[in-house]
Design a protein around this ligand. Structure first.
Ligand SMILES: [Zn+2]
Length: 474
C-alpha cells in the first residue's frame, strides 16, 4: 500500500498550474492511424451507470454487449471516481475540467427556487469547439441538464425532454436527425446523454424480463452487504433484487440505443476517424450501504465508466484512479485542436492518456442539497488503494480498498488515516482557493414556470438521492 504522504506529494506535483504548454503529448500507444486535424468529437454520457454493472468492468450479467465490444477496442479507464454523485455538477466538471468547488455548481437545484451557475470566465468544451468551426449538437434526456441550467453553452443545436425525462430511443432519434443536417466537410461535436438507468427503473419489454433473480445475483448482493429492502424518503419501498434486475434491464436498453447511434455515425462516415468518449456521471446505491439512490460518497455511487476511442489509440486498460475533470485536458492534448493549450490550462485535471499516468487521489463530495436538510457535508479522497472520508461535524473514516473494496470495515485512526485526511483537506483548500480566484460563486432565480415543473417532478423536495451518510456498515 502506498503511503498518503507520497500520494499527497504526487498530487501537489501534478496539480494546478504545473501543466506544460509544449506540444500535445501523444498517447502511450504508438499511432498507427493519424489524428485528423479537426476530428469529430463525440461525447456520450451514461447517467446513473455503475461501472461494476457493465461486462467490461467484470459484471456477471450481459448488460452491455455493445459497450463491451467497444471497450475492447479503446482505452478503458477502470477507476473513474466522480466528484459528486449528482448529474449537473459532474457534467459541468466533465465539460469545464474543474471540480464542483471550483466551478461553483454544487447541486442540481437549490431549495427555495434558485440554482447554482458556473463561475464567470469558465469556458466549456462545446464553446471551444464551436469557436473552431465545429457544428455542435447536444441531446439530453433529463431535467437536470435542460438548457436553462447553462450546461448547453456552446451548443448551436440542443434538444431536451419536455418533462422530467425521456427514453434513450427518443434522444437517439434527435441526435441522428441532427447528424443529417451537418455538412459533410464540417467537423462536428455531438453530446448525447442517456438517462435510462436513473430511477424509476421501468424497462420496456423485452428488457423488463431479461434479468431475473438467481443464485449469482444473491451472492453478488451478499458480498456487498446489500440491504434487502430500503425506503425512499417518499415512502416508496425499494426491494433490492427486483430493483437490480430492472436497473440492469435499463442498462441493456441504453446499450442497444448506443449501438443504434453508432450505426448511424458509421453510416454517415463519422465513426472511424472520430474521437469518441463514454463517461458516466455517477453510480447508484441499489441498497448498498442502505441507500437506494445517489448523491452520497460511497464507491458504488462514485465509480462510473470511462472509455475513449480515437484514431491511433491502441486498446488498453488504465488501472489508476481518474476524475471527470480529466476529460477536457485529455481531449485537448489528444486532438491538438487550435486553442487546446488554453483549455488544458483552465483544467485542474490531467491528460490521463499521457505515457506513465498511474493514477492519483481524487476528491469527491456530497451534494450541497445536504445543507438544505440540515445534514452534514462529506468529502472523500480516493486513491487506487485507499479512501478516506471527512465529514463536517461527523466521524472521519478510512477504508483499505485493496482488502475492503465494498467499504464495509472503516478504520478511524492511525498513520494512514491521519495522512489521508490531511491530504484531503489540503486538496479541498486548493479547490476552494482556486474557485475563489475564478470569481464570485453565483446563483440565479429559477423562473416560475420551470419551478412549478421541478416541484411537480420532486426536484425541490428531499429525494432518494440524499439519504443520511451514516449506515450500520460503519
Ligand atoms: Zn446523473
Amino acid at each position: 500500500m502506498r503511503t498518503w504522504g507520497i500520494l499527497a506529494a504526487l498530487m501537489l506535483a501534478t496539480g494546478c498550474g504545473s501543466k506544460s504548454t509544449d506540444a500535445p503529448e501523444q498517447a502511450a500507444a504508438p499511432a498507427e492511424k493519424a489524428m485528423p486535424s479537426k476530428p469529430d468529437v463525440i461525447v456520450i454520457t451514461l447517467d446513473t451507470t455503475r461501472a461494476d454493472h457493465l461486462g467490461s468492468y467484470g459484471y456477471f450479467r450481459d448488460t452491455s454487449p455493445f459497450f463491451d465490444s467497444l471497450a475492447a477496442q479503446g482505452v478503458l479507464f477502470e477507476r473513474l471516481v466522480v466528484p459528486m454523485a449528482t448529474t449537473l455538477p459532474t457534467h459541468t466538471s466533465m465539460f469545464t475540467g474543474i471540480y464542483p468547488t471550483e466551478h461553483g455548481v454544487l447541486a442540481n437545484v437549490i431549495h427555495g427556487g434558485s440554482r447554482f451557475v458556473t463561475r464567470p470566465g469558465v469556458r466549456p468544451l462545446a464553446g471551444w469547439l464551436s469557436e473552431q468551426g465545429y457544428a455542435t449538437g447536444g441531446f439530453v434526456s433529463a431535467a437536470p441538464l435542460i438548457k436553462s441550467t447553462g450546461i448547453a453553452e456552446g451548443y448551436a443545436a440542443y434538444t431536451q425532454p419536455n418533462r422530467m425525462e425521456r427514453p434513450g430511443d427518443q434522444t437517439t432519434d434527435d441526435a441522428i436527425e441532427w447528424l443529417k443536417t451537418v455538412p459533410e466537410d464540417q467537423p462536428m461535436h455531438m453530446w448525447v446523454h442517456y438517462y435510462d438507468p436513473h430511477n424509476p427503473f421501468r424497462p420496456v419489454p423485452p428488457y423488463d424480463e431479461l434479468f431475473t433473480t438467481d443464485k449469482q445475483l444473491q451472492q453478488w448482493a451478499r458480498a456487498r452487504n446489500v440491504a434487502p429492502s430500503t425506503k425512499r424518503p417518499t415512502g416508496e419501498v425499494v426491494k433490492a433484487l427486483p430493483s437490480i434486475n430492472a436497473y440492469d434491464g435499463e442498462i441493456r436498453f441504453m446499450d442497444d440505443q448506443i449501438k443504434r447511434l453508432a450505426d448511424a455515425l458509421k453510416a454517415a462516415g463519422r465513426w472511424d476517424d472520430a474521437v469518441i468518449v463514454f463517461m458516466g456521471d455517477h453510480g447508484e446505491g441499489l441498497n448498498q450501504h442502505g441507500q437506494p439512490g445517489h448523491g452520497l460518497v460511497w464507491d458504488e455511487q462514485l465509480h462510473a465508466p470511462f472509455l475513449i476511442l480515437a484514431p491511433g489509440l491502441k486498446a488498453r486498460r488504465v488501472a489508476g484512479t481518474v476524475s471527470p475533470v480529466d476529460l477536457l485536458p485529455t481531449l485537448a492534448e489528444l486532438t491538438g485542436i487550435e486553442g487546446w493549450e488554453a483549455m488544458a490550462e483552465q483544467s485542474t485535471g490531467m491528460n490521463v492518456l499521457a505515457e506513465g499516468y498511474e493514477g492519483r487521489p481524487v476528491l469527491s463530495q456530497t451534494s450541497a442539497r445536504q445543507l438544505m436538510f440540515d445534514r452534514k457535508m462529506s468529502y472523500t479522497l480516493t486513491s487506487d488503494t485507499e479512501k478516506c472520508r471527512w465529514q463536517e461535524g461527523g466521524r472521519d473514516a478510512l477504508w483499505d480498498l485493496s482488502a475492503d473494496p465494498h467499504e464495509l470495515n472503516a478504520v478511524h485512526e492511525g498513520e494512514a488515516f491521519d495522512a489521508c485526511i490531511q491530504a484531503l483537506k489540503t486538496e479541498f483548500d486548493r479547490q476552494t482557493a482556486h474557485g475563489a480566484s475564478l470569481g464570485e460563486a453565483r446563483t440565479e432565480k429559477i423562473g416560475d414556470a420551470e419551478l412549478e415543473q421541478l416541484k411537480a417532478l420532486g426536484y425541490m423536495d428531499d429525494d432518494a438521492a440524499h439519504g443520511t451518510q451514516d449506515t450500520p456498515a460503519q
